[in-house]
Design a protein around this ligand. Structure first.
Ligand SMILES: NC(=O)c1ccc[n+]([C@@H]2O[C@H](COP(=O)([O-])OP(=O)(O)OC[C@H]3O[C@@H](n4cnc5c(N)ncnc54)[C@H](O)[C@@H]3O)[C@@H](O)[C@H]2O)c1
Ligand SMILES: O=C(CO)[C@@H](O)[C@H](O)[C@H](O)[C@H](O)COP(=O)(O)O
Ligand SMILES: [Co+2]
Length: 410
């Protein structure tokens, strides 16, 4: 039983090497920002697993890019026969119970005991799967995650959620399983595909829109962050940040904002959660598209729709709505999807969220740049309002298609 933490002691504290979260219920964990995490000279990962059997899991891409370094690191730091690395099938469609059973079977055959460590090295799919397996294997074993995507470092890596898709529903099964350690090395982001960078920027934009106007402005001035060369945004110029400085600013600010939101409500006793912004319509779009729409993309479309809805309901002025939708567009993320953005599916999503959130909708909508409010019940959203919001985004998407230069298929 974790000892309760007093309100004065609970919170998120940042330092040069990361953040420490202390929740009111006594849960506490460290989120580290480090460099060259897989270099034998870096003791951090070894210290998290010292004296324990280590069963590591990764995906095919990460194994191709970093598997040799990972195995060399474990070989240098752990006795032969006390560690193993296993490569899981990749992709959102593998985030299901069958893969969790595979992880547990591999761990058992590798001799993982109650005192051992399950190590995830990968993006959110790998970490959600391994984290959930660690939560139920022997009723719970030590879980260490090395997050290798932008979504992973700013979102998966800073919380306690683990889980899988099941019963036709995104993240339907899972557990709150705090990591023993969450290690984040920004160097991993350099090998990310542009689409996966953009998905991470979707989760960054989520936090900027609901919590931080300055981060929003930095993204507006620098939508190519993490992707292409750019000048330091004017809004950050006085800090004299270079390219890496801007990326560090975006990364650290996103991590801090998410941890500050999660800390007081880590296990979601309160179902009105600002970080649900972008996650009401999105999960249903991901599932209905058979994961053609990636998580970060569904978040983007949901945020655009929620913003247009806020405008139609008179909760957000048209100028701020336009800034939000334009930012999502500038980040290279979709604001509409003809196949899934239908009134029927959106209505189904609203009802699914109403059920999941204790028969209250708690739809998060922005009421300005850097702030958001809740629309609490289904009756607060007339069908005509939803239709008007959808029509606005459909028209925008149509204009963009008409204006897009004809380019050869890449
Ligand atoms: N647990 C949580 O709190 C939480 C929070 C946000 C999202 N999620 C979940 O995370 C998932 C999305 O995570 P994601 O965006 O990381 O997707 P992902 O795990 O599918 O990774 C995206 C792609 O990047 C590849 N990849 C990973 N690291 C790489 C690297 N360093 N270089 C090159 N390629 C690399 C992967 O192989 C994959 O093809 C969704 O299932 C979502 O529900 C969970
Ligand atoms: O996607 C996730 C968590 O899975 C986060 O980005 C998101 O902000 C929140 O946790 C949402 O509450 C979504 O939660 P859930 O659907 O994963 O339960
Ligand atoms: Co998310």
């Amino acid at each position: 039983m974790t000892a309760q933490t007093s309100a004065a002691e609970s919170g998120v504290r940042g330092d040069d090497n990361g953040f420490t979260l202390r929740a009111p219920d006594g849960t506490s964990y460290r989120v580290d920002l480090t460099r060259e995490v897989l270099s034998p000279a870096n003791p951090l990962l070894a210290e998290c697993c010292e004296g324990r059997r280590v069963v590591a899991f990764t995906g095919p891409t990460v194994d191709r890019l970093y598997g040799r370094q990972l195995r060399a690191y474990l070989d240098a730091r752990f006795a032969p026969g006390t560690w193993s690395v296993h490569v899981l099938g990749g992709g959102e469609d593998r985030k299901r119970m069958e893969t969790v059973e595979e992880i547990c079977a591999l761990a058992k055959s590798a001799g993982l005991d109650r005192g051992g460590v399950m190590l995830a090295v990968g993006g959110g799919v790998t970490c959600d799967l391994v984290g959930f397996a660690a939560a139920i294997y022997c009723r719970g074993v030590r879980y260490v995650k090395v997050n290798t995507t932008l979504v992973g470092q700013i979102d998966v890596g800073v919380g306690v959620k683990t889980g899988i898709n099941a019963l036709g529903t995104k993240n339907m099964l899972g557990a709150y399983h705090p990591p023993h350690a969450s290690l984040n090395d920004p160097a991993f982001l350099r090998s990310l595909a542009p689409r996966d960078i953009r998905c991470g920027l979707g989760e960054t934009a989520k936090m900027a829109i609901i919590k931080d106007a300055r981060l929003f402005q930095a993204l507006e001035e620098c939508p190519q962050v993490f992707q292409r060369p750019y000048a330091t945004p004017a809004s950050l110029a006085e800090e004299g940040l270079g390219r890496r400085g801007v990326e560090d600013y975006v990364l650290r600010t996103s991590m801090r904002l998410m941890m500050e939101e999660l800390c007081p409500n880590l296990r979601e006793h309160d179902l009105a959660r600002l970080v649900d912004f972008g996650h009401t319509f999105g999960p249903v779009m991901e599932t209905a598209s058979a994961y053609r729409i990636a998580h970060g993309e569904s978040v983007a479309i949901d945020m655009a729709l929620s913003s247009e809805l806020a405008r139609v309901l008179g909760l957000l002025d048209a100028r701020d709505c336009e800034r939000i939708v334009a930012l999502i567009d500038a980040l290279g993320l979709p604001v509409f999807d003809p196949e899934t953005c239908t009134p029927e599916l959106m209505d189904r999503a609203l009802k699914a969220s109403w059920e999941r959130r204790g028969r209250r909708l708690h739809l998060v909508v922005p009421d300005g740049i850097g702030s958001a409010v809740f629309v609490d019940d289904l009756d607060d959203i007339p069908g005509a309002a939803l239709q008007e919001a959808l029509d606005a985004l459909a028209a925008r998407a149509q204009d963009a298609t008409a204006a897009a230069p004809l380019t050869a298929a890449c």
